[in-house]
Design a protein around this ligand. Sequence first.
Ligand code: GDG
Length: 496
Amino acid sequence: MTDERFAFVVVSNRLPVDRVVAEDGSAAWKQSPGGLVTALEPVMRLTDGAWVGWAGQPDVALDPFTNDGIRIVPLALSADEIANYYEGFSNDTIWPLYHDVIVPATYHRDWWDAYVAVNQRFADAAAAIADEGATVWVQDYQLQLVPRMLRLARPDLTIGFFNHIPFPAYGLYSQLPWRTQIIEGLLGADVIGFQRVSDAGNFSRAVRRLLGHTTKSPYIEVPADDELPARRVVARAFPISIDVEAFEDLARSPAVQARATQIRAELGNPKTVMLGVDRLDYTKGIGHRLKAFSELLEDGRLKVEDVTLVQVASPSRERVETYKHLRDDIELTVGRINGDFGTIGHQAVNYLHHGFPRDEMAALYLAADVMLVTALRDGMNLVAKEYVAARYDEDGVLVLSEFAGAADELKTALRINPHDIDGLKDAIMQAVEMARAERRKRMRSLRKRVRENDVQHWSRTFLRALSEANDGVDRYGIELDPLGDLEWTVERPSKR
Ligand code: GDG
């Protein structure tokens, strides 16, 4: 390990960089372009912060190193741990349960044991490098036990937790055999952040039902137990976002604009290009979207000569059984739709099962007249916000599921219930036929909202809540100047 100490530590399952091994066996680090990295970068640089996480491959033990100004502290996981803690408990127990059991959640006691053991390792790693009085920000559902483990080891720390996925209603959550341990794990944090107000409400209800603690939003009064003193915990919504300015700059670049024109031309310049961009995940409602689209072709309300649906389905969790079945289902459906409705020269669905660079994503957003976000359940859905950020031309129509967290903010999108196929079909037609003036009006208002609540706003608000929850001191000194720009003036936390 290392004897370095840091005033600010982020802990997440995956590191913000991926270890890429070339064919000749040499390894290199590639920045993973997630919203989380963008969100935390400014504060990481100014605090000389460290990031603890797994490098994405089994049994790779590496020393800490610096990447692009951020200290990276890799944590090794064995192949067994990946199978049980990550693919098992995280992705086949918690993920389906927290997404309203769209597919059944699987409960295995040995997966739980691995989850506890690996969470303890993450907590130990963070405890070992956190300076006296440091702030540790734990990310997401793979690490829900870390806050309490960390507090037990290091009561001097200020601890935050952010849940990137939904928190389910108690009727579902109560299925979990380890429901009390998870709640107790999370309550080790000073501030627990959720995407939506309803997620924070579901969590507080679970705390009342399982532990009987007093809650008065946003506070939860946690009484003393055998190991920890009484504390007040904050649980509330902090809707995550994207780096809006960077995304818009990308979309405005001449190369991306030229590529957007080229994409439309390569599709045969149809009247309408529709787009879906998702990890290939059952939560995203890709099947519902394809069903609505194929029925519109079948009904003759859409013609294959006029409309093309581009569906980017980036590969995800390919070793988990449910995801293998999902891929087969989706690809069978796409094949059927293209077989039934395609002509020589006109493909109904342009299906792409691979990842793309960010500038290609921006070009796709610019090329798309209609963006389809039909998630059955989604913490936020950053794709919806990226589409809005890219549309500096104030054009394009966003069709947005009310089951995505983004629906709380993006009120002038065309809201849909993806289970209501007739309603979804009508919304798609409304989007295809919408007049330019109404498109502009709706997109302007979406853009205003997305600009106001960007990812810098998200991290700043969370860290301010964390400072206040602890001792009322805004130790990051995060202030808005009159123009609304961010100013970060960071003091090291006082020794306590
Ligand atoms: C989880 C929650 C929550 C996708 N394909 C490519 C690509 N992407 C990028 C998108 C977007 C991101 O990945 C996906 O973010 P989402 O929010 O849409 O969905 P999840 O991956 O499920 O994320 C979600 C999020 O965490 C943050 O808290 O919003 O609800 O489920 O940025 O653009 N990027 C590139 N190539 C691809 O092929 N470059």
